[in-house]
Ligand binder design. Structure first.
Ligand code: ADE
Length: 415
């Protein structure tokens, strides 16, 4: 095995963490149990670019137990749980990443995960798909298909598809309801608050929180901060989402106005330069800036550096920037994903929805990939329904079923 990780001696801590996650991912366990005798991935090589967390650990261990050869690269320089990396490496998974890696190392590790010449590729953010298309196009002819975990990655893949340059079919796991609702909305809502609390140890009630973006992530984040007693302002560029936020009871305004009154700013847009120089210049003393979107492009950190006289680390993951007039701005986690940098990312019971969709989508690609076009596909509806069923079962929730009479009523158009 060829892992490149921080500290192999952390294996025992990593094993216990992965065990904890596994025990809290019953739906994924159920799917694994159903497949385990068949070992459907036997003989296949899978390269993955995912946050190296305990939940990812459960997923990739199942892929391995189902027969696959697995290479896993970190999906962010600051999100890797080094003990989990040590455990995965000890069970013959190639792991490439460590917390605090440089940008160059990050791309080098992504390339290393492709050394196995994969049949299937799993990505979170689009970087490994992008690397294959730009630097290793020769690998594409062997690739049956890929999946994509997050909104940013799906947007990039659709751009590739629109230029007719996509080299293999990709399933947009992000876009399916059991992923979007459970992970993007409820997962990001809770884990962003978790990251803020672990980083700052401060009270949320009474503070004014500015949430940039009211997609699934923004909705989750806004509602959870409100639940803890914050006054929440939403900023948007999409008129419909802005109206929805307004009717959900949030204040809606431009960032240039919100920047003058906010205490905590959380970007959830996927877009670059959402908080920039003119906004920072208008902010009060002592505000917090954090990002919940995939890439560290939403807060213009270069502008913050330029406006500042000095900076220092005041707590783990919090840098205090002192502006020329003495105001202090606190940047959390270098503007990278706050939930994965300052906390542990989404909880296991959230990630079981995402990874159940991933697992079943990979299986679908094995069975149907050769008949699929070089396009971005939605997760087949049967998979989403199956995941919903397993989630309900895992959480011991029973729901009603339509009677035959009711089904007939649906189909009838007569008065
Ligand atoms: N994305 C957000 N939270 C995550 C987690 N816990 N594991 C993997 N990817 C994630």
């Amino acid at each position: 095995m060829t892992s490149i990780i921080k500290d192999p001696s952390l294996v025992d801590e990593g094993r216990v963490k992965v065990e904890w996650a596994r025990d809290n991912m019953p739906a994924l366990r159920e799917i694994y149990t159903e497949l385990k005798d068949r070992r459907p991935f036997e003989g296949y090589r899978i390269s993955l670019c995912l946050h190296i967390t305990k939940e990812t650990g459960v997923f990739v261990e199942y892929l391995k137990l189902l027969g696959a050869e697995v290479s896993l690269a970190a999906s962010n320089p600051l999100s890797t749980q080094d003990d989990v990396a040590a455990y995965l490496s000890s069970i013959d998974i190639n792991v490439y990443g460590w917390r605090g890696m440089s940008k160059d190392d990050y791309y080098r590790m992504l390339a290393s995960a492709l050394d196995i010449e994969p049949d299937l590729v799993v990505d979170d953010g689009g970087d490994i798909h992008s690397l294959i298309h730009s630097r290793f196009p020769e690998l594409a002819s062997n690739i049956i298909g890929g999946t994509e975990e997050t909104t940013t990655g799906v947007i990039r893949l659709k751009a590739l598809e629109s230029e007719n340059k996509l080299r293999y079919p990709v399933i947009a796991v992000n876009d399916t309801p059991t992923k979007r609702v459970i992970d993007n909305r409820f997962g990001s809502g809770q884990s962003t608050v978790d990251g803020f609390l672990r980083a700052t140890s401060l009270l949320i009630a009474g503070k004014t929180v500015v949430v940039a973006g009211y997609g699934y992530v923004g909705r989750g984040v806004a509602s959870r901060f409100r639940g803890l007693g914050a006054k929440v302002i939403v900023t948007e560029v999409d008129p419909l989402k802005a109206l929805e936020a307004y009717l959900d009871g949030f204040m809606v305004m431009k960032m240039s106005d919100a920047s003058q009154i906010g205490d905590i700013f959380i970007t959830c847009t996927g877009m670059k330069d959402v908080i920039r120089k003119e906004h920072i210049e208008a902010m009060k003393d002592g505000v917090f800036l954090a990002n919940a979107g995939h890439f560290n492009v939403e807060i213009d950190v270069k502008a913050l550096e330029m406006l500042s006289l000095k900076k220092r680390l005041v707590r783990p993951y919090i840098e205090e920037y002192v502006l020329k007039d003495g105001r202090r701005i606190y940047l959390i986690g270098e503007g990278r994903l706050i939930n994965l940098v300052a906390a542990e990312g989404h909880p296991p019971d959230v990630m079981m929805a995402s990874f159940s969709n991933q697992l079943l989508s990979l299986l679908y690609l094995l069975e149907s990939g050769s008949k699929m076009e070089r396009q971005v596909y939605n997760v087949p509806k049967e998979i989403d329904e199956k995941v919903a069923k397993y989630l309900l079962k895992g959480w011991n929730i029973n729901i009603d079923v339509l009677t035959e009479e009711q089904k007939k009523y649906w189909r009838d158009w007569r008065i």
